[in-house]
Design a protein around this ligand. Structure first.
Ligand SMILES: Nc1ncnc2c1ncn2[C@@H]1O[C@H](COP(=O)(O)OP(=O)(O)OP(=O)(O)O)[C@@H](O)[C@H]1O
Ligand SMILES: O=C(O)C1=C[C@@H](O)[C@@H](O)[C@H](O)C1
Ligand SMILES: [Mg+2]
Length: 172
């Protein structure tokens, strides 16, 4: 049983790359955010609105543990904040775990998030002018946790296929 964990900031491409990788290595892909939505029967936005972020982080931790303990091999796409709360970063080095930080520059993140903020409650209210500064600070705060991953793959300027192939090479 092997768990391949993709982590990184919102918009770095965790879900997109995990979907691609899943087709190449024939491991199922499980998206932690989607599992949380399924379990709570609420959107991520609605969980934040109704219950608040602290509650979201508690559920996120529980669902992450459930996925790690599931018997089958799979690719797990974490939420952008998962490694930064509830000591989840300590779970990135466990037995049978391969954790990979998809590292994106602020410019790449801005481009990829530009038309996609509404489903991401932490940035939904940011104006385009404020976004760059917010991401720069947030990424700085979170980098310590992201850097706890076993591997780092830089995604800037790469196609989805190239990043997926970089990961395949790591896993070989
Ligand atoms: N080369 C690329 N690699 C990955 N994603 C890309 C690439 N080029 C464009 N994208 C786009 O970037 C956007 C963000 O990707 P994605 O939703 O997979 O990020 P994420 O890390 O899962 O974000 P979140 O943490 O918010 O779930 C998507 O719209 C995706 O299509
Ligand atoms: O970066 C974050 O803290 C988040 C990222 C998303 O994947 C969701 O897990 C949620 O919107 C919080
Ligand atoms: Mg995602």
């Amino acid at each position: 049983m092997k768990k391949i964990i993709l982590l990184g900031y919102m918009g770095c491409g965790k879900s997109t790359i995990a979907n691609k990788l899943s087709k190449i290595i024939q491991f199922p892909f499980v998206d932690l955010d989607e599992k949380i939505v399924e379990k709570m029967n609420l959107s991520i936005n609605a969980i934040f609105e109704k219950h608040g972020e602290i509650y979201f982080r508690k559920v996120e931790h529980e669902v992450f543990i459930e996925l790690l303990n599931a018997p089958e091999s799979c690719i797990i796409g974490l939420g952008g904040g998962t490694p930064c709360y509830a000591n989840n970063h300590e779970l990135l080095k466990g037995d049978n775990v391969v954790s990979i930080y998809l590292k994106a520059s602020i410019e790449t993140l801005l481009n990829r998030l530009a038309f996609n903020v509404s489903k991401r409650p932490l940035i939904a209210d940011k104006s385009p002018e404020d976004m760059k500064e917010f991401i720069a600070k947030h990424l700085f705060d979170r980098s310590f946790y992201y850097n706890q991953a076993q591997y780092k793959v830089v995604v800037d300027g790469k196609t989805i296929d190239q990043t997926a192939q970089d990961i395949v090479a790591l896993l070989a």
